[in-house]
Unconditional design. Structure first.
Length: 202
């Protein structure tokens, strides 16, 4: 009888602390950006902890379909593949202009830099920007190899956790034109976010 009372007491105490503890509910999952490329899916774990404003922007644009059919306009072997120009790099848009891809962005304001101690390792995903630190908007890049010279200079907001082999196959650009892809670029067929959104209008 004493043992039963103890178990009941522990159960009541557990439930007072919260239902999730009582039933062992899992913690919230890391949000993921899913990029559908021609060869399959690339899964990127988004880092809300170190880049909350940037992740919110990426989630917002993906939810709006802004990244669908956006090309990889600058791809440098041994370095990175850049995409995300939703203004001039979106193939199904009337404003699509491959010669201008890389110069545009979304209609939303530029983002503040969110530099952190997260390193630009292979598979790291960073926010592209102009010379000013607070000029990131919609464009981003995926590193083929570690790029420590970017550490504390660009915002890291994610890491490829699946499909890096597909990233490695993205069409390279012209080395004499700073990696610009001048014809028939690869594209993001579809971008979506799983496991919730932190977007609050950023």
């Amino acid at each position: 009888m004493q043992m039963i009372r103890s178990i009941v007491g522990i159960t009541v105490f557990c439930c007072i602390l919260g239902v999730s503890m009582c039933y062992g509910a899992p913690a919230s999952k890391t949000p993921q950006l899913i990029l559908q490329l021609k060869g399959g899916q690339v899964v990127i774990a988004l880092d809300r902890e170190h880049a909350p404003k940037t992740v919110a922007r990426i989630e917002k644009l993906a939810a709006e379909g802004a990244y669908d059919h956006v090309v990889f306009h600058r791809v440098i072997g041994g370095f990175m593949a850049q995409t995300g120009d939703v203004q001039f790099g979106k193939k199904d848009s009337s404003s699509y202009d491959l010669s201008r891809a890389g110069t545009g962005g979304s209609s939303y304001p530029n983002l503040p830099a969110e530099f952190s101690d997260v390193a630009f390792d292979r598979g790291a995903v960073g926010m592209a920007r102009a010379a000013a630190p607070d000029s990131g908007n919609s464009q981003f890049f995926i590193c083929f190899q570690p790029a420590p010279f970017l550490n504390h200079q660009y915002t890291v907001f994610g890491k490829v956790i699946k499909g890096m082999d597909l990233v490695d196959k993205i069409k390279r650009g012209n080395s004499e034109e700073n990696g610009a892809v001048t014809s028939d670029p690869d594209e993001i067929i579809k971008a979506s976010v799983q496991n919730g959104s932190s977007e609050k209008g950023n």
